[in-house]
Design a protein around this ligand. Structure first.
Ligand SMILES: Nc1ncnc2c1ncn2[C@@H]1O[C@H](COP(=O)(O)OP(=O)(O)OP(=O)(O)O)[C@@H](O)[C@H]1O
Length: 578
């Protein structure tokens, strides 16, 4: 049950000052709380034995008020320390999660769906932070309070009576543990189900236009209803166990009361304790109700926090199997070599790359063409190390990419993926994304190279136009060209365009290619495309089919070969002429 405290020990140690002061103040506060019942007992005995004077009564009243005021002050202090700690823990874990997300690559994101990760970064962190604030408060406060009261009953009234009252507690402890273990399992199931809902909401909102276009609103609503019902059932199963805690505790306390009354009355009649002591004992016993009842709540919080901690740790302990460990520096630009590179995606039996041998001399352009699904994107993904490496060797300037420092490798590439990813913000923000120090002139130049100058003049606020979430206010071709401008402004040694001109018209494409030829004549450029006119100027063109290179050469050489390239080129030319 206290496993979670163990898991959070490093955090508590890091903030030992905060927690140390909080616990110390809590103990002092709990000691002060004992004074009022003690005074009540004294006053009653004073009245009973006719020894209470006015000045004695005044002193007792002043002491009574003082102890209450000071204990409240102390309570405010430790409450502030503990709940502040809870917020610090949430922030720390959230930051840790985000940093982990930023480091991870494809395999990790195949394992965890976005909605699930969001649930872990929000709901689960809330459960953990509740435990670190409220849970610790209950654990410390109730245990300390319980111990101090018990000791007082033991020392100031009767050890026999005290022992009799706590006799049922070990049985209660055992039953609470059994229930607590069940809460852990059921709460984890409920959080998993909640993560599924999150995913569903995310996917539906993102795909709302397609859902509407296909008239699938009702079907999606029914599917969502099924999932929310599942969450409801899982939550009810947690609530069922939760509702058993308090009755169990009340029955145990009832038994303790009966024992205290019966045995206490006998002891008074035998003059073993005074009536005043018995009254004080009853007051002490009633004060035990709160800590014992809170233990039920504590177990609940601990088990929920523990289940959530397991889910958060599962994410933090999952690696993307990329081994981010290389130590070598990479040359500014060098020949890119693929030697016998073979690769299949994790969980896939099919080879997506088969024995690829390829040399891309530095400062040249490579065109990669071929049928859809032939392995073009996979080839550059291997170069970018988006997936664990397959067999064979890939090197840049003679340095194997596996030996290169991880952040150095990505810094050498400019990459425009097939699915253009833009961020909410302005056009300027998006273009200068990889180079925050880019000047206005450089941004405008990148826009010109990406053939966006005419478009920018039509934007309401020029470069400072907000493009909405994921660039929702832009056309497909505009998004593509902003993504190209973003890659160009980085001016990286190697630029990869993966089908990045598919949404622009033939003339715009021609302009961009002409600009690229001029601007990147002393840099390496890899262009994946279905439109062969985009690469006919390339120093080398490879044709891929079924994971292998089936043709290679310049445009003229490939035309002479009269293979797939020649047929495709003629077909596309005829289409353009039509
Ligand atoms: N993430 C993945 N997991 C498993 N298999 C994949 C994955 N991505 C691609 N594949 C498979 O690998 C093969 C090559 O895909 P790839 O995306 O490299 O083709 P492509 O030539 O770029 O296609 P396109 O021109 O349609 O973009 C295909 O059979 C595809 O189904």
């Amino acid at each position: 049950m206290f496993l979670l405290f163990k898991k959070l020990t490093p955090f508590f140690l890091e903030h030992k000052k905060r927690y140390g002061w909080a616990i110390f103040a809590m103990l002092i506060g709990n000691g002060l709380v004992l004074i009022p019942p003690f005074i009540v007992g004294q006053v009653i005995d004073g009245i009973y034995l006719d020894k209470l004077t006015d000045s004695l009564l005044m002193k007792q009243v002043l002491l009574f008020v003082f102890s209450i005021v000071v204990s409240y002050g102390i309570e405010i202090f430790w409450g502030y320390q503990l709940f502040g700690g809870k917020n610090v823990l949430t922030r720390q874990l959230r930051k840790q999660l985000m940093n982990h997300f930023l480091k991870m690559r494809s395999i990790f994101y195949r394992k965890f769906r976005t909605g699930d990760l969001m649930a872990r970064a929000t709901n689960d962190l809330d459960a953990i932070s509740e435990m670190a604030g409220y849970g610790i408060m209950i654990a410390m406060d109730s245990t300390a309070f319980f111990g101090v009261i018990l000791l007082t009953m033991f020392l100031t009234v009767s050890w026999k009576l005290t022992l009799a009252c706590i006799l049922p507690l070990p049985i209660l402890g055992y039953l609470l543990k059994v229930l607590g273990d069940k809460v852990h399992i059921r709460y984890k199931e409920s959080q998993d189900a909640f993560a599924e809902i999150n995913d569903e909401v995310l996917e539906s909102v993102e795909g709302i236009r397609v859902i509407r276009a296909y008239g699938r609103q009702e079907a999606m609503s029914a599917q969502f209803d099924e999932k929310t019902t599942n969450v409801l059932q899982k939550n009810i199963s947690v609530a069922k166990i939760n509702s058993a805690f308090q009755p169990l505790i009340k029955i145990t306390l009832g038994i303790s009361y009966v024992l205290a009354f019966g045995l206490g009355a006998i002891m008074v009649s035998k003059n073993e304790i005074t009536i005043g002591q018995l009254v004080a004992f009853q007051v002490y016993l009633s004060m035990l109700v709160w800590p014992i009842q809170s233990i039920g709540e504590l177990i609940n919080l601990l088990q929920q926090g523990n289940a959530s901690m397991d889910r958060v740790m599962e994410v933090l302990n999952t690696d993307d199997q990329m081994g981010h460990t290389g130590e070598k520096d990479i040359l500014e630009n060098g020949t890119i070599t693929f030697k016998e590179v073979t690769f299949s995606y994790p969980d896939s039996k099919q080879l997506s790359l088969k024995k690829i041998n390829l040399e891309i001399p530095k400062n040249t352009t490579l065109g990669i063409v071929g049928k859809t699904g032939s392995g073009k994107t996979t080839l550059v993904r291997q170069l970018l190390k988006e997936y664990p490496r397959g067999k064979g060797l890939i090197s840049i300037g003679g340095v194997p990419i596996d030996a290169v420092k991880p952040d150095q490798l990505s810094s050498k590439f400019g990459y425009v993926p097939q699915e253009h990813i833009l961020f909410s913000g302005t056009i300027r923000d998006n273009i200068s994304f990889g180079r925050k120090d880019a000047s206005e002139k450089e941004i405008n130049e990148a826009l010109h190279l990406a053939n966006f100058d005419r478009d920018i003049n039509k934007m309401p606020n020029g470069l400072d136009t907000q493009i909405g979430e994921k660039g929702i206010s832009l056309s497909g071709g505009q998004k593509q060209r902003i993504a190209i401008a973003r890659a160009l402004i980085k001016n990286s040694a190697i630029l990869i365009l993966d089908d990045s001109l598919s949404a622009v018209d033939a003339e715009t494409e021609k302009n961009i290619i002409t600009n690229l030829k001029k601007y990147r004549n002393n840099k390496t450029t890899l262009i994946i495309t279905h439109r062969l006119s985009s690469v006919y100027h390339a120093k080398q063109i490879i044709v891929m089919d079924n994971g292998a290179i089936i043709e290679r050469g310049t445009h003229t050489e490939l035309m002479d070969k009269k293979g797939w390239y020649e047929k495709q080129f003629i077909r596309q030319q005829l289409k353009e002429e039509e």
